[in-house]
Design a protein around this ligand. Structure first.
Ligand code: SF4
Length: 187
């Protein structure tokens, strides 16, 4: 005997983009559909150098389950990722390497600084530690904490999703975006 299908009533479905709806049809614009798809299929590149990386492992594991956001496909190649998550202390020597990885990412690309070290150098106010990755690459979202709890990392991730959802298809061609990259010496 087949059992009745049980639906989890706590599951939240993704909102339908604005547009026109009628019986059997829905019309919206391409930008909203692309944003919706991008937002829910982000491929993260975990750039983990120290303890914050352990919190990220917890964030991906079953209890916090980053897969709920469609982001379980980790990318260890910058050429196939959307979001670089920098987690840990970045030594000044590693700054050019991080920048090189960022440059190898295809547009559109986003950056998250996870934890105090990636955001500002954290407790390591020393000659050898980069005092924030925004000295070498532009950052979209900063997650505070030493280390940030998985909830904080998820919160940061959801803010990235908001940015992705709100970003127009042509933002990357804007003078404002080009100006931002120019500040970092990126063409
Ligand atoms: S912010 Fe704290 S937990 Fe994260 S890498 Fe730095 S020292 Fe480690």
């Amino acid at each position: 005997m087949s059992r009745p299908v049980q639906f989890n009533t706590h599951v939240k479905f993704e909102g339908i983009p604005e547009g026109y709806m009628g019986e059997g049809f829905m019309a919206t614009n391409l930008e909203k559909v692309v944003s919706l798809a991008r937002k829910n299929s982000i491929w993260p590149l975990p750039y983990a150098t120290s303890c914050c990386g352990i919190e990220f492992m917890a964030t991906v594991a079953s209890h916090y389950d980053l897969a709920r956001f469609g982001a379980e496909r980790m990318s260890f190649s910058p050429r196939q990722c959307d979001l670089i998550m920098v987690m840990g202390t970045i030594a000044k020597k590693m700054g050019p390497v991080l920048r090189q990885v960022y440059l190898q990412m295809a547009e559109p690309r986003w950056v998250m600084a996870v934890g105090a070290c990636a955001s500002s150098g954290g407790i390591f106010d020393t000659y050898s530690v980069l005092q924030g990755i925004d000295q070498v690459i532009p950052v979209d979202v900063y997650v505070p904490g030493c280390p940030p709890r998985p909830e904080a990392i998820l919160d940061g991730f959801m803010r990235i999703q908001e940015l992705v959802n709100a970003e127009g298809l042509r933002r990357r061609y804007s003078d404002q975006y080009k100006g931002l990259l120019a500040e970092y010496g990126i063409q």
